[in-house]
Design a protein around this ligand. Structure first.
Ligand code: PLP
Length: 381
C-alpha cells in the first residue's frame, strides 16, 4: 500500500496530527447523516447503535464480549473492579505510559507497583515484572505503548504460575499483533480508548472493554450504569460511564476503515525507517521479530531531542512529547515513593523520545518533508 502523493513544490507544513484526511471518501457525510437520524430517534443513551458497535468491535478484536464505556480510563478502572480487585491489591504497571494507566489502579482501590520498560520494545520488562511479584500482587497491567504489543507471551509466563490476571491497556494499539496475539485478545480483559487522536477515534471521549469472560462483561455493564442490571435495581454502587449513542454512531462508521488506516500508518512508518536510518545518534523505534505495530505514534530517539523539536518547529513541522514526565516522577504519584533514577530506561525515554507526524492520510510528500528536515538537522551538526 502506498501513500497519496502530492504535487512537488515547496516543502509543506506538516502538522503533528491532522484528523481531516481520514474524514474524506464520504465518511464526513455518512456520519452527518447518521447523527441527523439520531436527532430524530433521540436514543442518545443505550441506542441500538451502542450494542451494534459492541458486537462489531468484539468481532474486530476476536473476543466474546465488548462493553462500551465513556473513556479508556473507565474501561481500565471498571475492568479491575469487575475482576475483583480489593483495596491495597498490587497491580504491576510499566514506568513508561500515559498517566491513565496508574489512575485506573488507584481509582479502583489498588496500589500501582511500577517496573521499568525494556529497550527491546519500550514496554513492560518481563523480568522486572517477574521480580516485582509479591504476596499482594493481583494483576499485571501491561501497556501496548505507541501501538506495539508488550511481550504478552513472556508476561503470561509470569502471570500464569502466580495466579495473576492480565489486564491489557490497549488504548494505543487497536489492531496491533505480535507472536500470533492481537491487542486486547490475550488477557483477562483489555481497555481501548476512542479519544479522537487514537487509531480509532470518536467525536469526543469514548472507550470500550473487551473480554472473553461473560460474567466480567456483565458486571461492567452494570457498573457503567449506576450498578443496575435491570432499571432501578442497584446491586452495587456504579457510575455514569456509558458509551454515548452519538459516539457509537461515529465508531460504527469508522471501524470498517480502521485496518486501511493502520496500513497507511505502516506505510508512513516504512518511509520514516528508510529515510531516517543512520542519521547522527538518531534511533528508530524498536520492533521485535514477530511484532506488527499499528504506529499510534512514531517515536524517534536522540540525545538532542529538544533541539530537534525546535528545529522542526522552525520548518513548520509539528512534533509531540510522549511523555516528558514519567508517572512515577509526576507530583500526582509522589506518594508512591519512587525517586529519580528508579526506572532508568523509562526516564531516558522521557528525555530522548520525539514523536513525529503520524496519522492516516499523511502524504508521502509530508513524510519526505519530515525526513529531509531531520536529515538537515543532523547534517548541520
Ligand atoms: C489514551 C490512553 C488512556 C486513556 O484513555 P482515555 O480515553 O483518555 O481515558 C489510557 N492509557 C493509555 C496508554 C492511553 O494512551
Amino acid at each position: 500500500m502506498s501513500l497519496p502523493a502530492l504535487a512537488r513544490g515547496e516543502a509543506p507544513s506538516v502538522p503533528f496530527l491532522d484528523l481531516d484526511p481520514a474524514l474524506g471518501g464520504g465518511l464526513r457525510e455518512a456520519i452527518l447523516a447518521d447523527v441527523g437520524r439520531l436527532l430524530e430517534s433521540h436514543a442518545y443513551t443505550n441506542g441500538p447503535q451502542v450494542s451494534a458497535f459492541e458486537r462489531a468491535f468484539a468481532h474486530f478484536v476476536g473476543t466474546r464480549a465488548c462493553v462500551g464505556v465513556a473513556s479508556g480510563l473507565d474501561a481500565l478502572r471498571l475492568a479491575l473492579i469487575a475482576a475483583g480487585i480489593e483495596r491495597g491489591d498490587e497491580v504491576i504497571v510499566p514506568a513508561s505510559t500515559f498517566v491513565a494507566t496508574l489512575e485506573a489502579v488507584t481509582q479502583a482501590g489498588g496500589r500501582p507497583v511500577v517496573v521499568d520498560v525494556t529497550e527491546a520494545d519500550y514496554n513492560m520488562d518481563v523480568a522486572a515484572a517477574g521480580a516485582a511479584v509479591g504476596r499482594r500482587t493481583r494483576f499485571l497491567l501491561p501497556v501496548h505503548l505507541y501501538g506495539q504489543l508488550a511481550d504478552l507471551r513472556g508476561l503470561d509466563a509470569v502471570a500464569d504460575p502466580a495466579g495473576l490476571g492480565i489486564v491489557e491497556d490497549a488504548c494505543q494499539a487497536h489492531g496491533a499483533r505480535r507472536d500470533g496475539l492481537v491487542a486486547g485478545g490475550a488477557g483477562l480483559a483489555a481497555a481501548f480508548s476512542f479519544y479522537p487522536g487514537k487509531n480509532l477515534g470518536a467525536m469526543g471521549d469514548a472507550g470500550a472493554l473487551v473480554t472473553d469472560d461473560a460474567g466480567l462483561a456483565e458486571r461492567v455493564r452494570a457498573l457503567r450504569e449506576h450498578g443496575q442490571r435491570a432499571k432501578y435495581r442497584h446491586e452495587h454502587e456504579g457510575w455514569t460511564s456509558r458509551l454515548d449513542t452519538v459516539q457509537a454512531v461515529v465508531l460504527l462508521r469508522k471501524l470498517p476503515l480502521l485496518d486501511g488506516w493502520n496500513e497507511q500508518r505502516r506505510a508512513a512508518a516504512r518511509l520514516y525507517a528508510q529515510g531516517l536510518a543512520g542519521l547522527g545518534d538518531l534511533r528508530l523505534p524498536p520492533v521485535p521479530a514477530g511484532s506488527e505495530p499499528v504506529w499510534h505514534l512514531y517515536v524517534v530517539r536522540t540525545s538532542r531531542r529538544d533541539d530537534l523539536a525546535a528545529f522542526l518547529a522552525e520548518q513548520r513541522i509539528g512534533t509531540g512529547l510522549h511523555y516528558p514526565v514519567p508517572p512515577h516522577l509526576s507530583p500526582a504519584y509522589s506518594g508512591l515513593g519512587y525517586g529519580k533514577g528508579a526506572f532508568p530506561v523509562a526516564e531516558a525515554l522521557s528525555e530522548e523520545l520525539l514523536s513525529l507526524p503520524m496519522f492516516p492520510g499523511i502524504s508521502e510528500t509530508q513524510v519526505e518533508a519530515v525526513v529531509d528536515a531531520v536529515a538537515e538537522f543532523f547534517r548541520r551538526g
